[in-house]
Design a protein around this ligand. Structure first.
Ligand SMILES: *Cc1c(COP(=O)(O)O)cnc(C)c1O
Length: 223
């Protein structure tokens, strides 16, 4: 099937509250353009440089979401345009995002990435670190970021019961923070969970944003 067919098939299957982030990492700008022409406007990248290059080549009304592990020294390159950062995993990184957002006179929407998998290779805060961050004085003083939700990646496994319970644990944390944390820079609405292999499970567990790459663009080739 074509990119357009894949995209529309997935889009048409989604409940109204679920947004599709088309993950275009490693695919050329021409593939993004094909999805754009089929109506897709939100794209996710996991590297800042690749996102900046595509941002320059492609239509200005695309919403770019950074979904991959982020180093503080890269924030400045995307701060003028990035629509959302899904992968915030430290106070230090958030401080840099706040600083660069301020320089650009804007508020950058962020998700805290939470470690829910049983794999050493995945990034993220644990639940206590997440709450400690949101309770910190440094966080409360940030005026140029807004925490709009949480992101998590489940273990890469065929065990659907395990995936389901990892997503459910993220939803539980989301609900807890939503009802117990009140501050002007916390507006929890988004739960970013689910990729090509597990987005159907994630939606059943309350996802509002799925990040899907290979099911739209085809198998990735890493160079
Ligand atoms: C690559 C990536 C995805 C999409 O993965 P697919 O299996 O291609 O759908 C989602 N989230 C993150 C953080 C990624 O790096």
């Amino acid at each position: 099937m074509s990119i357009k067919d894949n995209l529309l098939t997935i889009k048409n299957s989604l409940p109204a509250q679920v947004k599709l982030i088309a993950v275009s990492k490693t695919y050329p700008a021409s593939a993004v353009d094909e999805a754009y022409k089929a109506g897709q406007r939100i794209f996710g990248e996991n590297k800042v440089q690749e996102m900046c290059e595509k941002h320059e080549q492609l239509p200005a009304d695309i919403e770019w979401h950074l979904i991959g592990h982020l180093q503080s020294n890269k924030v400045k390159y995307m701060a003028p345009f990035v629509a959302m950062i899904h992968s915030v995993d430290s106070l230090k990184l958030l401080q840099e995002i706040n600083k660069q957002a301020q320089k650009n006179n804007r508020v950058i929407k962020c998700l805290l990435q939470i470690y829910i998998a049983s794999e050493e290779t995945k990034f993220g805060l644990d639940k206590e670190e997440c709450k400690a961050l949101l309770n910190s004085i440094e966080f409360k003083g940030m005026n140029n970021i807004e925490i709009v939700g949480l992101m998590g990646m489940a273990t890469n496994t065929d065990n659907t019961a395990q995936i389901k319970s990892e997503f459910a644990s993220l939803r539980t944390l989301f609900t807890e923070i939503k009802s117990n944390f009140n501050h002007k820079n916390i507006q929890l609405t988004e739960l970013s969970m689910g990729m090509s292999s597990d987005y159907k499970i994630a939606i059943k567990e309350g996802s509002t944003m799925i990040r899907v790459g290979s099911s739209i663009f085809g198998a990735r080739q890493y160079s």
